[in-house]
Design a binder for this molecule. Structure first.
Ligand SMILES: C[S@@+](CC[C@H](N)C(=O)[O-])C[C@H]1O[C@@H](n2cnc3c(N)ncnc32)[C@H](O)[C@@H]1O
Length: 300
């Protein structure tokens, strides 16, 4: 289904064969896809757990959930769709009568629909409103954070959530710019960053605004809090032998997952090193480039 004119969101799931091996979905099992997105991984889980495997799918983005519903319609009652934050996994599953599951998948980050298909300010390439909410029912936008936080808080945010070395310079430039007029669009922010960072410090492999955009997105969506909650509560929901698989897209997320898996007494790590996509996969699906997959199983 085309979303907006000329734009077709992609259902190609990242590292899908590796996820199936590690998650090992089977007939009769109950699986949770915490990031339904467009339903790519969910479709494979449902196919591999035929005829009676069940899937509970979370996505707090109403548009993504709508597309996933259409994409997965043929599986009928085997799928339950929840428009909720995956951090609420425990209460949400209790609400549909489930207290134990066989496998949980997290595929963090943005869907192609969010990145390329909307006017939501996730990309530094266009000129869109500085929104960055994956769930438009939430209140705080990127514009709100940029226009109301102190210079010190902005610098911390860019540094700790983006690992941006020029954090102080960029925060100072944001505060100066907003004293003339509030920031409203991604284009304004990109220009501020380009001017604040001296040419010789512009990174070679990524856009100069990449890390600030990452940091803002993490803050707007409270991504680290949500991740820590779903890891803790999710691991308690898994049956002995149950599998937890997580795909992350930057080192801060990957570090949280690695530490959690290594430090949890109930879990045995099954991926000593993270699984990464092949060159072929990266060529065919550039979104896969920075993906890292880690998996753990609950001790029997
Ligand atoms: C990378 S995409 C998932 C793609 C999906 N696995 C597929 O195969 O199409 C990530 C999705 O997770 C959703 N998401 C991110 N954080 C979430 C959260 N805390 N609760 C619920 N959904 C979330 C986003 O809205 C987005 O649609």
């Amino acid at each position: 289904m085309a979303d907006r004119e000329g734009y077709e969101p992609s259902h190609v799931p990242v590292l899908v064969n590796q996820v199936m091996t590690l998650l090992s979905p089977g007939n009769g099992g109950i699986y949770v896809d915490c990031n339904l997105g467009l339903g790519g991984h969910a479709e494979r889980i449902l196919m591999e757990s035929e005829p009676d495997g069940k899937l509970v799918g979370f996505d707090w983005d109403g548009k993504a959930l709508e597309l996933a519903r259409t994409h997965l319609a043929r599986f009928g009652k085997r799928v339950v769709f929840l428009r909720k934050n995956f951090a609420e996994i425990k209460e949400a599953l209790a609400g549909v009568g489930i207290d134990k599951v066989d496998g949980i998948l997290l595929d963090l980050g943005l869907s192609s629909l969010q990145l390329d298909g909307g006017e939501r300010g996730f990309s530094f390439r266009g000129d869109e409103p500085l929104d960055m909410r994956m769930d438009d029912r939430r209140e705080t936008t990127a514009a709100h954070i940029l226009n109301t936080s102190s210079e010190a808080d902005l610098a911390d945010l860019f540094y700790y959530y983006g690992e941006e070395r020029q954090a102080r310079k960029i925060a100072a430039a944001v505060v100066e710019a907003r004293s003339a007029q509030p920031l409203k669009t991604t284009g304004q922010l990109v220009r501020i960053i380009e001017q604040a960072v001296p040419r010789r410090f512009h990174p070679k492999k990524i856009h100069v605004a990449t890390l600030v955009f990452q940091a803002l997105r993490i803050a707007v969506n409270q991504e680290f809090d949500n991740l820590l909650r779903v890891l803790a509560d999710g691991s308690e929901l898994l049956v002995p032998g149950g599998r937890f698989c997580v795909i992350s897209f930057h080192s801060l997320e990957d570090r949280l997952v690695k530490r959690f898996f290594n430090g949890n007494q109930r879990l045995k790590v099954v991926t000593k090193k993270p699984v990464i996509p092949t060159e072929d996969e990266c060529r065919e699906n550039p979104r896969a480039r920075s993906a890292k997959l880690r998996a753990a199983t609950v001790l029997v």
